[in-house]
Design a protein around this ligand. Structure first.
Ligand code: BG6
Ligand code: MG
Length: 215
């Protein structure tokens, strides 16, 4: 079957917000006196905000009730939003703009499929609001990756069958989600270690439309 659409994850694929998530979570971890380093942060890739908090709290997650967790998660998000205020189009990762133009030139539709509820704010800061034909994000789904919901929704918005979509992801849970959706999966960054991906590259620099269309 021929590929008609490419669905991009946002955080870690279009823009490197990982450090900002890490900085914000680290402040929460310090408040509750839990050690939290970059390796711990890797496990939060692609995972929703509340699930991330549970991972951060680990054994101690049971010691907090729902309301207390909401407070911690909204404090993390407030700090993260402050940090997002510094984002600009200069933060779009290398290769992204060239690849988007190449895909367009091939008549391929492009979408965002992200677990983040901050997707609209991030796209606005990057000047990319009009760059995608569809945006499926954390505000519109019930189940986050590895569930396929966000990618299935993006394909539905585009009016493209899942088997005709390629997902570009940096999270292991995101590759699993793409495979569960019946889509082709192209891994970048951290996700290159996922054995199930159909293709991979360390970064999107020098990745061409043909690399995604011939998987
Ligand atoms: C994903 C990130 O894109 O969005 C995760 O990889 C993050 O690290 C998740 O936890 C949810 O983000 P937000 O912006 O809704 O807190
Ligand atoms: Mg990601």
């Amino acid at each position: 079957v021929s590929i008609e659409a490419v669905i991009f994850d946002l955080d870690g694929v279009i823009v490197s917000t990982d450090e900002l998530h890490f900085a914000a979570w680290k402040e929460i971890a310090a408040e509750v006196d839990i050690p939290f380093d970059r390796t711990d942060n890797e496990r939060l890739r692609g995972v929703s905000r509340m699930e991330s908090l549970d991972l951060l709290l680990g054994d101690r997650a049971g010691a907090y009730d729902g309301a207390q967790k909401e407070v911690l998660a909204s404090r993390k998000n407030a700090r993260y939003r402050e940090l997002l205020g510094r984002l600009s189009p200069a933060d779009i990762l290398p290769g992204v703009m060239v690849l988007l133009a190449d895909l367009r030139a091939h008549g391929i539709r492009v979408a965002i499929g992200s677990s983040s509820r901050n997707t609209p704010v991030i796209l606005e800061r990057l000047g990319l609001r009009a760059a995608f034909d569809a945006v499926a994000d954390g505000n519109r789904i019930q189940r986050s990756k590895p569930d396929p919901e966000v990618f299935t929704l993006a394909a539905h918005d585009l009016g493209v069958e899942p088997v005709r979509c390629v997902v570009v992801e940096d999270a292991l849970a995101g590759i699993d989600a793409a495979l569960a959706a019946g889509m082709k999966a192209f891994a970048v960054g951290y996700a290159v270690r996922h054995a199930g991906a159909h293709g991979r590259a360390t970064t999107l620099e020098r990745v061409q439309a043909s690399d995604l269309l011939d998987l």
